[in-house]
Design a protein. Structure first.
Length: 501
């Protein structure tokens, strides 16, 4: 009787070409190019002056004025310029002019004036809103949605219905605000003809130029109805009460009943707090402490719209690098710089090699598109062991920008270790009996193996009955197991049944 005892548990180390090896990806500190502080701007509805509030300094100051007697009804900021709608006739609740004020200190200019041209009739009834499309939206004198294209200098009336027909709820007689910009939509209220009755909350989609109704049971806002969008909800005030409407849940809730103001006439946010103006002063609401804090009164009486000047703060940005890939043992020149996200008001971007930005200035930098945005996709792979710095600059204006430096690591297309071990069932067998070999191929790394091949040695004193790989194919003649892709740390098996001769 012949006994075969398989004692070999040999390990065969094969050098295999990996698919690719991602280099080290590191993002390092932001470098701010300006120390300009954020400010909140306000315009007197019963006054011709406009003022600014320093958030860091907690103080108001009169910034300038329009023509004597012109009331200011709507304020917004775009690309470092303040835009505000003013009424030639003073307190008429309809604006006739659209002013510009180059931040932070002027000069003052007029871009739209009623009656100068058939297309230049900006008749805003209240709150105006600048959007990423480079347009300023408002509700006009006839309750139409208007937009002023800043670059083209054209005024467009998008709709004249606003979901209003005779006998149905009408916009407030004191003005109609179009605000709460969420990046795609603007919001406004339509009030019931009965003073103090419920209001209808409507949404205007900019891309599709369509209107939809969100709710018909909103608590009636005060005479003037500013709206602000923040983190999935819009906020608005009515007399002493302050409300939130959750856009995902389609539900209104009371935020605070301690505003201590007759009516809220201006409302804005810096992304963390809400700021409101009224007859009784200017206050901020802290969501953490759920309290209001007073900040003085720039006008008496204190009636004015508000706008947060985010263009004076450096952009908030996230970016990343993608290492080069491999084709066999060859490194491709396809490393990338990717801009993952940026805040509203960011307009252009450039990049350069090194830890100090030397790329294009604002005027010739690339216009930002929807994030994520691939800035370059054909960077050369750095030398082995080298982390090449690249610096991205995101602009809000020529002087307001953020630099972000990242390190692109080197991609290595070297080899990987493939270990093959074998076990048998049963451990011993007599002539004529069947044995089962189980071969296990494992990639010990450090790289993936795109085309792993293992040589399988079957003893000469057995007859092969069956071979079954968990992946790939086994050639009986050559005794080669073509495994295919074998990722780092992954194992595959080949089961072989033999008869002892």
């Amino acid at each position: 009787m012949e006994t075969i005892k398989l004692l070999h548990r040999c390990n065969k180390h094969l050098k295999i070409t990996p698919k690719y090896w991602s280099g080290l990806l590191i993002g390092i500190a932001l470098l701010f190019a300006t120390q300009a502080k954020a400010q909140i701007w306000g315009g007197g509805q019963a006054h011709y002056q406009y003022a600014r509030f320093s958030v860091s300094g907690n103080s108001w100051g009169i910034a300038g004025g329009t023509a004597l007697g012109e009331g200011i009804f709507g304020i917004t900021v775009y690309n470092g310029t303040l835009y505000f709608a003013a009424s030639i006739a003073g307190v008429t609740n309809i604006s006739d002019k659209l002013y510009t004020y180059k931040l932070p200190s002027g000069p003052l200019g007029v871009v739209v004036k009623a009656g100068t041209s058939s297309q230049y009739v900006f008749r805003s009834r209240g709150q105006i809103e600048a959007t990423k499309e480079g347009k300023i939206f408002s509700i006009g004198a006839s309750f139409e949605i208007q937009s002023w294209d800043i670059a083209a200098r054209t005024l467009t009336n998008h709709t004249t219905t606003l979901n209003i027909t005779p006998g149905t709820p009408q916009p407030s007689f004191t003005g109609s605000d179009l605000g709460g910009y969420d990046g795609s939509n603007l919001y406004y209220f339509v009030r019931n003809t009965v003073y103090g009755g419920p209001s209808t909350l409507c949404k205007y989609n900019i891309a599709t130029n369509t209107i939809s109704t969100l709710s018909t049971t909103i608590t009636a806002p005060s005479l003037s109805k500013p709206i602000v969008y923040l983190k999935g909800a819009i906020y608005y005030g009515e007399s002493l009460n302050f409300y939130k409407y959750d856009l995902k849940r389609n539900k209104e809730s009371l935020v605070s009943s301690t505003v201590s103001a007759n009516d809220i006439y201006g409302l804005t946010t810096d992304g963390t707090k809400l700021y409101a103006s009224s007859y009784q002063g200017f206050k901020s609401y802290d969501f953490t402490t759920k309290t209001w804090t007073g900040h003085g009164t720039p006008f008496t009486p204190n009636l004015f719209p508000l706008a947060y000047d985010g263009s004076l703060t450096p952009p908030v940005v996230t970016a990343s690098v993608k290492a080069a890939t491999c084709t066999g043992q060859t490194v491709n020149s396809d490393a990338q710089l990717v801009l993952n996200s940026y805040d509203y008001g960011s307009l252009r971007v450039g990049y350069s090699i090194g830890s100090t930005y030397t790329g294009p200035a604002y005027a010739t930098a690339t216009t930002l598109t929807a994030a994520p945005m691939t800035l370059v996709s054909n960077l050369t792979n750095p030398a082995s062991g080298v982390n090449q710095p690249y610096t991205i600059r995101i602009f809000k204006s020529a002087t307001i920008y953020t630099d972000k430096t990242m390190l692109l690591g080197s991609t290595s297309c070297g080899s990987a270790d493939l270990t093959v071990t074998v076990s048998t069932t049963p451990q011993t067998a007599n002539k004529g009996e069947v044995l089962t070999y189980t071969f296990t191929a494992k990639n010990q790394g450090p790289n993936d193996v795109p085309d792993a091949v293992a040589n399988i040695n079957i003893p000469s004193n057995v007859t092969l009955l069956n071979a079954s790989p968990s992946q790939g194919t086994y050639n009986i003649s050559t005794q080669k197991w073509d495994i295919g892709l074998l990722a780092n740390g992954v194992s595959k098996t080949l089961t072989v049944s033999v008869k002892v001769n």
